[in-house]
Design a protein around this ligand. Structure first.
Ligand code: AMP
Length: 421
């Protein structure tokens, strides 16, 4: 038997229903906020991720799925969505002649060669928002609030936005120096990766998965103490805007994000009671230029869809759904003889084209089996065909809850069902 690759999973049954519900809500919110859908390739030239996510990031050094195509080009399965969207913005010159914000969203699979564990897979999906061409602190708040409001709408409880500011380049340099001064005498007590990061990218040390609970990291200098005046002012405005939007947040100086391209605002959507991060993002004003475009500010975030879907499993809306959910229909049409089956086919088309969902006997099933399946599908009405009625142009319809039966003229079946469903 061929099995699925390690770190991947199938989405089916109850999970598939929740997945659909979740995607619909994300999309409806994207539209409410005027974000437009964009789809970029699942693989891109490897250079894109080296230059954006960062040569020294964990993602690029250890986690990318790299391959050479048949013409020996270096390709990478996308580990995240932002780099591809920025490449697309530049390549399609979406910014041409625009002074308003460019608002895009995506929803797709990402690939990281990680050690699979709860909430961490090798193939996973992200819904993400990117807002370009605005450096207004309003935009940071708008982007954070769409994520926050989606999670509220989904009924995710104990959600708190953890927010921090990395400041501008000057503030970051000052902070990095203070961090290196603090860590240098203590570095041998941190993991090997952190020892390397001290030279290549010290800020990343704060994001280390391995040393997360190490006291040394808990007592590092606070980034917010090193923000210059302008960066401080900007951060305050973002927080004021979040207050106006009634977003529940805490300032958490340890949020730095594992990707290279962030400046100013960085944030994570965190489930406080479980310590799970459902999504994360921030401002990345230098990335568009870095990838060969003009200087265009940007802010965005990505949700880890599977982590959110996992939380929704406990949601009351879904508690009744069986794990092996196989569908729901308005009507089940029962038939046994060839004549009845032909009529069932005809009626099913008529119902479906009029917006009534239905199922038919597609496997020579006995009446007993068909009753069972109709119940499993939660069919509200049963059409029980028999040749005697059919000859008179009548259709026998049974209410599956009250068990009452009616004989309806075949031309009036749709109208009758629309009226009672
Ligand atoms: P990142 O792109 O690393 O900022 O991650 C954004 C969100 O994607 C995280 O908060 C997680 O919810 C989710 N995520 C990241 N990596 C994985 C993974 N390997 N498996 C499942 N979800 C992930």
């Amino acid at each position: 038997m061929i099995t699925k690759p390690k770190g991947t999973y199938d989405i089916l049954g109850k999970d598939a229903v929740i997945n659909g519900y979740y995607n619909d809500i994300c999309e409806s919110y994207a539209k409410l906020y005027n974000f437009n859908y964009v789809r970029t390739p699942i693989f891109e030239s490897s250079d894109l991720y080296h230059r954006s996510v960062g040569e020294t990031s964990d993602i690029v050094t250890k986690e990318t799925y790299d391959f050479k195509d048949r013409s020996e080009r270096n390709m990478t399965l996308r580990p995240e969505g932002t780099a591809g969207v920025v490449r697309c913005l530049i390549e399609n010159k979406l910014y041409g002649n625009r002074n308003d914000a460019i608002k895009l969203y995506y929803n797709g699979t990402m690939y990281r060669y990680e050690r699979p564990q709860a909430g961490r897979n090798r193939e996973f999906t992200q819904f993400g928002i990117e807002m370009f061409n605005s450096n207004d602190p309003l935009s940071d708040a708008e982007v954070i609030s769409i994520g926050y409001n989606i999670l509220q709408e989904l009924g995710i409880e104990s959600l708190v936005v953890n927010i921090n500011s990395l400041g501008d380049k000057e503030s970051r340099q000052n902070y990095t120096k203070a961090l290196v001064d603090y860590l240098t005498p203590r570095i041998n007590e941190l993991c090997e990766d952190c020892q390397k990061r001290l030279k290549t990218n010290p800020l990343r040390i704060l994001d280390c998965k391995y040393d997360q609970n190490n006291e040394i990291l808990k007592n590092v200098p606070k980034m917010t103490d090193y923000l210059n005046e302008e960066s401080q002012k900007r951060f305050k405005e973002v927080l004021n805007n979040l207050d106006v939007l009634e977003v529940d947040y805490v300032v958490n100086p340890n949020i730095v994000r594992g990707l290279d391209y962030y400046d100013h605002t960085v944030f994570e959507f965190i489930l406080e009671d479980k310590g799970i991060t459902l999504g994360a993002g921030g401002r990345y004003n230098s990335l568009v230029k870095e990838l060969g475009g003009p200087e265009i500010p940007a802010v965005g975030f990505a949700f880890g869809n599977e982590r959110i879907i996992n939380e929704l499993k406990e949601h009351s809306v879904f508690s009744e759904l069986p794990e092996d959910y196989q569908g729901n229909v308005d009507v089940y049409i029962m038939s046994v003889s060839d004549e009845e089956k032909l009529n069932a086919l005809k009626i099913s088309q008529n119902l479906r084209l009029n917006g009534i969902s239905c199922e038919i006997n597609s496997n020579n099933l006995s009446m007993k089996s068909q009753f069972k399946i109709a119940d499993k599908l939660n069919a509200k009405q049963l059409i029980i065909l028999n040749s005697e009625d059919l000859q008179k142009g009548l259709i026998n319809i049974k209410d599956n809850a009250t068990k009452e039966e009616q004989k309806i003229d075949e031309d009036e079946v749709v109208e009758y069902l629309v009226g009672i469903l």
